[in-house]
Design a protein around this ligand. Structure first.
Ligand SMILES: [Zn+2]
Length: 353
């Protein structure tokens, strides 16, 4: 008898990192499984696992933390790894230029092997790093190489814990963008259903505060990266991971920061904020899934998307009451969150007068 493959089977394959193109010969696909494959086909993203990303960078004989020191050093100074060092410098400069980092804050890491990662050094402004400043560490944070004797960032443990927990994470960026960090300090998860880019590319959650650089902080962040690619770290900043590359992890910062800023401006205009309907959100989530970006809402029915306020903090669903899918944030927001936004708005308005 021929094997029947459902969406659930395909999702399970994706979750466990298997290529869905390696289905048994002659397998029968359910109609929704066929749709699922079609959606994935344009995107290509699921195929980029951390493992084959690392293989693309790695020499023929893969280098790991256990390789002889000379091989690790040669790899660390190879053209491919040097190109990634240059990418880190470039992303660091953009973080600084956009004022997403202050002092020596922020850090960046790229996985370059099964159990090794390239990362930024400690005590250096991210705007002015040189390729020679970069460090190589194993996934426990032990430093294996440095270009000029600099020590790896103390916050690397959090990046490595993300990589350990999320095998698809090939790059991580951490910084302190002021608007997003404002939400993190206030403990307010940005409301959803307002801007398509945010819905498609970001999947945000808040991790509680712990001392930066401690394993406990890293664990609390890592606990969220199965379903989220952008974590607001309470009273601290933001960290994002990407299954593509370091620039993509950086893009998540731009998207989140622009969104938090826009949400604040929208509330200052004194008009009810319009949100998209569950059907419109569902369309965006389909695109998101095809791009291989996680979201805890993927797979939920429209009515569940709507009913579950946990997914839509600050927004209460209006469906059912009047049969309309329209709702406004201002008229139905959680009173605490609304009071908080109002207080922040008042403060900003007073300061600018
Ligand atoms: Zn930080």
């Amino acid at each position: 008898m021929k094997q029947v493959i459902s969406v659930k089977d395909l999702e399970e394959m994706v979750r466990s990192g298997r290529d869905v193109r390696s289905l048994p010969e002659g397998a029968l696909l359910t109609p929704s499984a066929r749709d699922f494959l079609r959606e994935m086909d344009g995107a290509n993203a699921y195929r980029v696992s951390a493992k084959n990303y690392a293989q693309a960078v790695q020499p023929e004989k893969p280098v790991t933390s256990k390789s002889p020191k000379a091989e690790i050093d040669a790899y660390f100074n190879s053209p491919k790894v040097n190109a990634l060092k240059a990418q880190i410098c470039d992303v660091g400069r953009r973080l600084w230029q956009r004022e997403y980092v202050d002092g020596n804050g922020g850090n960046i890491a790229i996985r370059v092997g099964e159990d090794i990662a390239l990362c930024t050094p400690t005590l250096v402004s991210k705007g002015f790093m040189k390729e020679n400043d970069m460090c190589l560490v194993d996934l426990d944070g032990n430093q294996l190489c440095s270009g000029n004797g600099k020590k790896r960032t103390s916050e690397i443990l959090m990046h490595l814990q993300i990589m350990k927990r999320q095998p698809r994470a090939v790059a991580t960026v951490h910084c302190h963008p002021p608007y997003a960090t404002g939400f993190a300090v206030a403990g307010v998860e940005p409301p959803t259903c307002m801007i398509p880019e945010y819905e498609v590319f970001s999947s945000v959650a808040i991790a509680p505060y712990r001392t930066p650089g401690t394993p406990e902080m890293g664990k609390l962040v890592a606990d969220l990266v199965d379903k989220h690619n952008t974590i607001l770290m309470a009273n601290h900043g933001v960290v994002a991971w990407s299954h593509n590359d370091v620039e993509d992890a950086y893009f998540k910062m731009e998207i989140l920061e622009a969104y938090c800023r826009t949400v604040l401006v929208a509330h200052q205009l004194g008009k009810p904020v319009n949100t998209m309907t569950p059907a419109q959100l569902q369309d965006l989530l389909k695109i998101k899934q095809s791009l291989g970006i996680p979201d805890p809402r993927i797979g939920l029915k429209e009515c569940e998307l709507c009913d579950n306020e946990g997914w839509r903090p600050g927004v209460t669903c209006a469906v059912g009451g009047n049969g309309s899918h329209d709702r406004s944030l201002a008229s139905s927001a959680d009173p605490d969150a609304e009071a908080l936004v109002q207080a922040i708005t008042d403060r900003i308005m007073n300061d600018t007068q």
